[in-house]
Design a protein around this ligand. Structure first.
Ligand code: AP5
Ligand code: MG
Length: 211
């Protein structure tokens, strides 16, 4: 199966994608996570991308397309769930062409619908595990007691100013991607509010019946 998990910052993409990847035996591909890994490893790509991601701007499309393509090729026959990609119409066109020429088309694009107030609440109290990359929330999804606070960090782009900028960029550049897939009959809209398990069950059911 080839799936895109779509939604604004804080919609729950990074929370749901690893669970869905396990349940449907797919490779989880997060362009945000690939970029953060490159930044941590201080590679030339990481150095270039850091200036964009820390203050919440989109990284340059050629760089992100290349990361996505490499990961899609590595996933091969297993299939994938893309998280945070594509994020512009240009990226969506590019992905359509890549899949048409080398693979099979997408089965579905799952769009998580969450109110903007809820996304801000979620992002401002998110904490990420330094080693596993797992996302927690200090109130809604607290880390288990065996995880020490020193093992968690707050993302540089989870501060109020960067959150505001990411949401603005989402409205302007990323939201139109939803219409792109609706027109092509790929879009499945899912309510992203409620418990993490409820959202997971909604997506799983929709994928099992529609994708
Ligand atoms: P990326 O890492 O993709 O960030 P994002 O899209 O802004 O999304 P987030 O990771 O912030 O949110 P999420 O939907 O994953 O939510 P999560 O599950 O963590 O991208 C980062 C940056 O990289 C971009 O700004 C850009 O610079 C660059 N980049 C990446 N891809 C790019 C591309 N294609 N083109 C150009 N640049 C690109 O959940 C959030 C919080 O809510 C967590 O604390 C979680 O525990 C909690 N939560 C989750 N579900 C629930 C629930 N049901 N109820 C209550 N709390 C919940
Ligand atoms: Mg994420």
């Amino acid at each position: 199966m080839r799936i895109v998990l779509f939604g604004p910052p804080g919609a729950g993409k990074g929370t749901q994608a690893p669970r869905l990847a396990r349940a449907f035996d797919l490779k989880h591909i997060s362009t945000g996570e690939l970029i953060r890994e490159a930044v941590r490893a201080d590679t030339p790509l990481g150095k270039e991308a850091k200036r964009y991601i820390d203050d919440g701007r989109l990284a340059p499309t050629p760089l992100v397309n290349q990361l996505a393509e490499d990961a899609i090729r590595r996933a091969g026959e297993q299939g994938f769930i893309l998280d945070g990609y594509p994020r512009t119409i240009e990226q969506a066109d590019w992905l359509t062409e890549l899949l048409e020429q080398n693979f099979k088309p997408l089965n579905a694009v799952v769009s998580l619908k969450v109110d903007v107030e809820a996304t801000v609440q979620r992002l401002s109290r998110r904490r990420v595990h330094k080693v596993t990359g797992e996302n927690f929330h200090l109130d809604f999804n607290p880390p288990p007691p065996e995880i020490d606070a020193s093992e968690l960090y707050q993302r540089d782009d989870d501060h109020p100013e960067a959150i505001r900028r990411r949401l603005q960029i989402y409205d302007k550049q990323t939201a139109p991607v939803e219409g792109y897939y609706r027109e092509r009959g790929k879009l499945i809209e899912i309510a992203g509010e409620g418990s993490i398990d409820d959202v997971f069950n909604r997506i799983s059911e929709a994928l099992s019946t529609n994708a």
